[in-house]
Design a protein around this ligand. Sequence first.
Ligand code: PMP
Length: 421
Amino acid sequence: MDNTPAQQHGPGRPAGSGTRLDSYVDRYAARTAGMTASEIRALFAVASRPEVVSLAGGMPNISGLPLDVVGSAIGDLIATSGPVALQYGSGQGDPALREQICEVMRLEGIEAHPDDVVVTVGSQQAVDLVTRIFCDPGDVVLCEAPSYVGALGVFKSFQCDVVHVEMDADGLVPEALEQAITSVRASGRTIKFLYTIPNFHNPAGVTLTPERRPRILEICRRHDILVLEDNPYGLLGFEAEPQRALRADEAEGVIYLGSFSKTFSPGMRVGWALAPHAVREKLVLAQESATLCPPSFSQMAVSAYLSTHDWQGQIKQMREMYRERRDAMMEALRDFMPATCAWNEPEGGFFVWVTLPPGVDAKAMLPRAVTARVAYVPGTAFFADGFGSGSMRLSFCYPTPERIREGVRRLAGVLEEEMEL
Ligand code: PMP
């Protein structure tokens, strides 16, 4: 085992990841080079100190969940179906739950058959499985600029090349998508899919407008590009009815991902993929090799919750709660932030994207912010290519409205000082 410090560069040496301390470094597969701790994970330790207002993490706020209802549904589940719930299950997922998932997706205009649904360990695992079955090293995945840090991590771990495509206040920009496809293909590379978060984007907070949806689909259809539609926040809109999913208007060219993490419980780790028939079969094989089957107990607990509780009423309450926090965030930003900052007003979800005054580097400023007892995620976490230093993601999902206001006040103070430096 080689313990040699930094000068040697074995194929598996993860760049800049403290390799001196890792005596296994020369044994790792090359793909581990892309596996670096996310900036968010590194922040968790400091941000969870009680004196720090964390506008960093994106933890769903489950304080309103009726624990008595969940508890009795789980008690009944064990009493009536314990031997099934505690046993291995199907690699594709529980049939009853897959039917309920189709009902959930109907709220976004999707007509699907339970046979085409694969249950996964959160939608995070669905991103992993889709990438696993489609991507070879060097394949291109198109992503919004910025994009979800957890998906970027998956793409890196499969050695994909992420190409970011511009987005604006109306979501992904169709002309930019067209241009990206043309230029990637001109460079001789293969595009495997477009990964997109059309609703209440993490981290950008924006939503793809109804006008742009058919245009994005038309471009992908014309260029024969598969769409991976990741939609964990779709039912958490503050103002209007849920948007029509991309998948609702294109069954063959879209793989749709959903999750119960934001609308029920992230601890259950239940998500899903809805895929064209042939892809679904490959996903089940990949699921079986990764986990044998998704957890029976969690799936049946989610299923029991959906069938015994007014889950849509519960989601309505969650939307109110998140809306109140969004409003607190918007008011605080208006009241405290320097005039040279810019941000959008999210219509749902958990996040707002803030563009900082010219010359301010969000990553360099973070230690000073933490000293001032406020945390955020620097924009660079959401780009595969080092961009984003002049921006940050603020989340409003978890702290109370009062804490949000205090956090933004502290952040604005740090920014003012930073601008004087
Ligand atoms: N996609 C997006 C855009 C997310 O924000 C998240 C959670 N932060 C996930 C996928 C994964 O969620 P889960 O695995 O809990 O379903």
